[in-house]
Design a protein around this ligand. Structure first.
Ligand SMILES: NC(=O)c1ccc[n+]([C@@H]2O[C@H](COP(=O)([O-])OP(=O)(O)OC[C@H]3O[C@@H](n4cnc5c(N)ncnc54)[C@H](OP(=O)(O)O)[C@@H]3O)[C@@H](O)[C@H]2O)c1
Length: 367
């Protein structure tokens, strides 16, 4: 029977012996820093924007296969070459759709990220509520062990129909995850001994280009920096026009010190800053946020731009942030978002937002 390692090694055409040796010598140990982080970084994103895979995976409302295909085509034509998906998005739908689109493209032309931490299992019915609408009939089990990560990547490769993944994010290992809450550190300990050293080995063997966390709070990333050497983390919901102080004060300096890059997820707060009355993923609208959004929208328009454009550029502005990855359901949205990353926004807009205390005085301004 093929081992997980052999499966992934063969899929990339690497020598099995070279891949196996480091695995056997240091399995289950928390990695010690071995080299200058800056020297080992081997993930270069093609631009400061990409495409997030929540809407493509039936996030918030159903999307047909055809609609998803058109959205991906629109994004590709607009120049998007960085794609982020997850087994969790629609319980496999998002990965299948990304794979269906990307498997015909030249593998060297794009960067693909997916996630680990949940293994999908066939179920009688699709899950009936939550973020995913008309999802595939699967359920999941959390697995942050070394073996679980191998299995998850193997499953993702098969769903995608693509023989390699560039960036692997350890997904939703975080206190706001309703399945974990106060016990999230128990899961974290499993990952610190399992997923993290395993992904580090996979990176060293050239099976992946980099790894990190994909989470909606900053604490899990800060804890990871203490025990492992991630390359790049997907920090979602923590750096947007609406909410950013904590990331600015604590997350970004810590990542900069360790040479860890950030991808900023949910820069539009799940559509809120594009004008949709939906804030993030938990069904709550924080008090005063609609009023704050209305004030910022008015100021953005006074300075000749729109709030969505300002939101995307704001989230991409810190030096440590390498890309924003707005989710899109339609080709027009993808085109608009790419255009938004290219326009010059008058600096007076940021000045006024700071004067009116709508954003942090210390927030980096887009150039
Ligand atoms: N824990 C994690 O690792 C984590 C958590 C969250 C997000 N992420 C990643 O970050 C990505 C971005 O987050 P997200 O997609 O949830 O939220 P988002 O990027 O903040 O907002 C996406 C939504 O905004 C609307 N939108 C986008 N462009 C628009 C445009 N030009 N005009 C009007 N509306 C527009 C769409 O809503 P409609 O679809 O309703 O039209 C879209 O689904 C995700 O897709 C995922 O890849 C990761």
């Amino acid at each position: 029977m093929n081992s997980r390692r052999k499966f992934i090694t063969q899929s990339l055409g690497l020598a099995a012996g070279t891949a196996l040796a480091p695995f056997l010598s240091s399995a289950n140990s928390i990695p010690k820093p071995t080299m200058n982080l800056k020297e080992k970084l081997n993930v270069t994103l093609p631009s400061n924007y990409g495409l997030g895979g929540v809407a493509i995976g039936n996030g918030f409302r159903p999307t047909s296969d055809e609609q998803a295909q058109k959205a991906l085509e629109g994004a590709w034509e607009a120049g998007v070459r960085f794609f982020d998906t997850s087994p969790f998005y629609g319980f496999g739908i998002s990965e299948r759709r990304f794979g269906r689109f990307l498997h015909n493209k030249n593998r060297n032309e794009y960067i693909l990220a997916t996630k680990v931490g949940r293994l999908l299992k066939p179920a009688k019915e699709a899950p009936s509520n939550g973020t995913w609408k008309e999802a595939s009939p699967f359920t999941f089990e959390y697995d942050y062990s070394a073996e679980g990560v191998r299995r998850s990547i193997e499953d993702s490769l098969q769903r995608l129909g693509i023989n390699s993944i560039d960036i692997v994010f350890i997904h939703d290992l975080s206190p706001e995850n309703a399945d974990m809450k106060d016990n999230w550190m128990d899961y974290f300990q499993v990952a610190a001994k399992g997923a993290m050293p395993e992904l580090t080995k996979m990176r060293e063997e050239g099976l992946i280009k980099g790894w990190g966390l994909g989470v909606n709070r900053i604490e899990p990333i800060l804890e990871t920096l203490k025990v492992a050497e991630p390359d790049i983390c997907l920090s979602a919901t923590q750096y947007s026009l609406m909410y950013h102080e904590d990331a600015l004060k604590r997350l970004f300096p810590a990542c900069e010190e360790k040479g860890v890059d950030i991808v900023s997820g949910a820069a539009l707060n799940a559509g809120f800053l594009a004008g949709i009355d939906r804030y993030n993923y938990w069904g709550e609208m924080p008090e005063g946020y609609k009023e704050k959004r209305a004030r910022m929208k008015e100021i953005a328009e006074k300075h000749g731009t729109d709030l969505r454009t300002a939101a995307l550029q704001f989230a991409a502005a810190p030096k440590v942030v390498k890309a924003v990855i707005p989710g899109t359901r339609y080709p027009e949205q993808a085109r608009e978002n790419v255009e938004s990353m290219k326009v010059k926004i008058p600096s007076d807009l940021w000045k006024e937002l700071k004067e009116k205390k709508l954003i942090s005085q210390h927030a980096p301004e887009p150039l």
